[in-house]
Ligand binder design. Sequence first.
Ligand code: AMP
Ligand code: GLY
Length: 430
Amino acid sequence: METALVVGGGGREHAIVRALAPDCTVYVCASNRNPGVAQLAAGVETLSETDPTAVADYAETVGADVAVIGPESALAAGVADTLEDRGVFAFGPSAENARLETDKAFQRQFMRENDILGCPAFETFADADSAADYVESTEGDVAVKPTGLTGGKGVRVTGDQVTAEEAADYIRTSDWDDWVIEDRLVGEEFTVQAFVANGEVRPTPAVQDHKRAYEGDEGPNTGGMGSYTDGSLTLPFLTREEYDDAVAILEATVDALDGYTGVLYGQFMLTSVGIFVIEFNARFGDPEAMNTLPALETPLADVIRTARDGDSLPDLKFATLATVCKYAVPAGYPTAPEGGVRIEVDEESVGEALLYYASVENRPDGLYTTTSRSFAVVGRGDTIAAAEAEAEDGLTAMGDGLRARHDVGSEALVERRVNHASDLRAAGSE
Ligand code: AMP
Ligand code: GLY
């Protein structure tokens, strides 16, 4: 494998490109021009990443023999299918297998039909009025989810963010027809991602993302404000047994699918009665990829090459490094993000932290915000506290017009998670 194409232009793809670049020539195509990726790639093409023909044409032009697909929108559009048809190995599932992420009703029905553990009780609805009526009439708290892609911002949870009336109103006034309504899960969230190919599953260390916009887990859901790992497979609040339960769910899912290739991402909830699945994604997480890939000592290129060749995937080696990732986002993100604001990112003051550009617009006179996350810094260290301090140092690169969640990876926050998980386990054993 000599030439790889990476599809997508966010922080996640910056991390993928950085992991591949030492071992192969990397080209990138995306809807935006990511300045970090442009420094590392042999070429960057601006095109619609949901246009399979345009992506495949570019893969052919640059002579790519493999492609790694970052965003779910590209998977949903069938980019992997078209690349495969055109003789380019796609590390990313077919549109059919990506339904595990792109169609939440399919995802839950798939879990039910295949007896995959960790599926909450759920109902599906094909029109908004019946979904809203159901929310108003049902007892107990629920999560209401449009079945399609919403960038992580479509879910509302009653008894947490909204009342049942507000959730019903949200459903009636939205543009979506198809809904999943499921039992609210109460617990502590974590992510486990695995490389999957040729029927094999190679899990990576657990990560905790922070979906809420503001410190203390307040405010609306975002694409993810930051995340941490602990230099081992588990997290301070997660036991090895609980991690293994999550991996077993990923393995059972892959067994039940037909020839899944790519990254399978499980978002899990540790509850008082065990591990539940919040959702599956058919790709690396963003920000989670920025925790996972810098600690991966096995060359990413080896994983992709063996996947392509039908060989056994390598056993993965990870550095015993804790990581803390913090995103800088435009003011007002996610509800009223101020796009088009000129920002300074002082690359020098990032220090030892890793800098990952995400959704910024590179104009001749400098960088401007879009309506999405702008850039991330990742600190690394022997402990989460050391990694957090390095990430905070890195955030001094953030000029006016941007904000971050400074509490991600902080000692107080991690301690709260540990106490919460102990309370859950205690409640479960009563
Ligand atoms: P998703 O878009 O499926 O990742 O959901 C976004 C967020 O909604 C998750 O990270 C959870 O915080 C929350 N969520 C989703 N499903 C549930 C559920 N069944 N119970 C409680 N919270 C949920
Ligand atoms: N971190 C959440 C996601 O990638 O969807």
